[in-house]
Design a protein around this ligand. Structure first.
Ligand code: PMV
Length: 347
């Protein structure tokens, strides 16, 4: 029997893809496998208070975002609940008070859907675990990732640390289209403390959502080649990660980022999410790397912000580079230092 009421809290991190997920099949099945670093600082903390209610015909929930009621987010949660109710039948038997906040500044242009959907899924799984206390950790994590995927594809990579793969790949054991799994192969220690500084180029709403972007991969003239390339890049990444080959890493990661945006530019309708400052930063990173030999590279999400990836031991050099040359391209000079993290935690 379920308890009559209770409260659970989880903190889930954001993630940054090295090999990008772009294109999907129903329902939230990736067109190609992807892999991401789990982040640490950028995270969502969500509390869910549940109270047994009268009747079980409808969903009932209230939402606080950063401490304030947020009506705009409710349709997204409702859609999510509708998608997952067959896996969590208790959803209609309770009223939920969802209290969620992000560690990163509000409307910073950092997508919170990955960390947000992961944190909410973990809270709901935690409630389910009270019905089935014998549930083992693997089952718990897999199902949390499965649910998170139904909320936002890349969210399924925000449960575990530190390198997570999602999407069936014949050379990656345990890989699944349905949930993310920890990368099963050896990783050189340099990648275990890798840094990600997010340069906030443009904080406004982007013109084209990733939902629309994924759809535009249907019938895209380069889609099949792109999906094959992602599969190959996952293979190429294996020796790079195992040996700490930074040159190979830089080349693969930057190519993935530019290919993602090339897909946007060559879809119909076409669109561009990079801004002039995105390109300024990319060019400065290339020049700096060539002149200083500091192994810093960039990657991009579906937006204008630049993620700068680099080993921990060059942190000070990179800070000087940011202060001297990059902060001027960020909105209000803003950037966020993050690093590879260990996955979601119960609070
Ligand atoms: O999870 P979604 O549907 O918002 O898609 C995100 C896709 C990218 O961030 C562009 C790439 C990725 O793999 O995270």
């Amino acid at each position: 029997e379920f308890p009559l009421s209770g409260k659970v809290t989880w903190r889930a991190p954001s993630n940054i893809a090295l090999v990008k997920y772009w294109g999907k099949k129903p329902v939230q099945i990736p067109a190609n496998p992807s892999i991401s670093f789990t982040l640490d600082t950028c995270a969502t903390t969500t509390s869910v208070t549940f109270t047994k209610k009268e009747g079980d015909a409808d969903f009932s929930f209230d939402l606080l975002f950063e401490g304030k009621p947020k009506e705009e987010f409710k349709p997204k949660i409702l859609t999510f609940f509708e998608r997952i109710v067959s896996y969590l039948p208790f959803l209609k038997a309770y009223h939920f008070d969802i209290d969620t906040s992000n560690s990163f500044p509000h409307s910073s242009g950092i997508a919170s859907s990955a960390s947000g959907m992961a944190a909410l899924s973990l809270c709901l799984m935690d409630i389910e675990k009270q019905l089935d206390p014998t549930m083992d950790r693997t089952t718990f994590n897999r199902k949390a990732s499965y649910l998170a995927r139904l909320g936002s594809g890349s969210a399924c990579r925000s449960i575990h640390g530190s390198l997570v793969e999602w999407g069936i790949h014949e050379n990656i054991p345990q890989s699944s289209d349905l949930y993310g799994t920890e990368y099963p192969f050896a990783i050189d220690s340099v990648f275990k403390t890798y840094q990600d500084t997010i340069l906030l180029v443009h904080k406004g709403e982007k013109q084209v959502s990733s939902t629309v972007g994924h759809q535009l991969m249907k019938g895209h003239p380069y889609a099949e080649n792109r999906f094959q390339q992602a599969v190959q890049n996952l293979d190429s990444l294996k020796p790079i990660l195992a040996s700490g080959d930074l040159e190979g890493f830089i080349q693969l990661v930057e190519s993935e980022a530019l290919t993602l945006h090339a897909m946007m530019m060559t879809s119909m309708p076409y669109f561009i999410l990079m801004k002039p400052d995105t390109l300024e930063i990319i060019n400065k990173i290339w020049k700096y790397r060539q002149e200083s030999k500091v192994p810093v590279c960039f990657t991009l999400d579906a937006g204008a912000n630049v993620h700068m990836l680099y080993p921990e031991n060059v942190k000070e050099n990179v800070q000087r580079f940011i202060d001297d040359e990059l902060a001027m391209h960020c909105e209000n000079g803003q950037y966020i230092h993050d690093r590879v993290g260990k996955g979601a935690v119960k609070i």
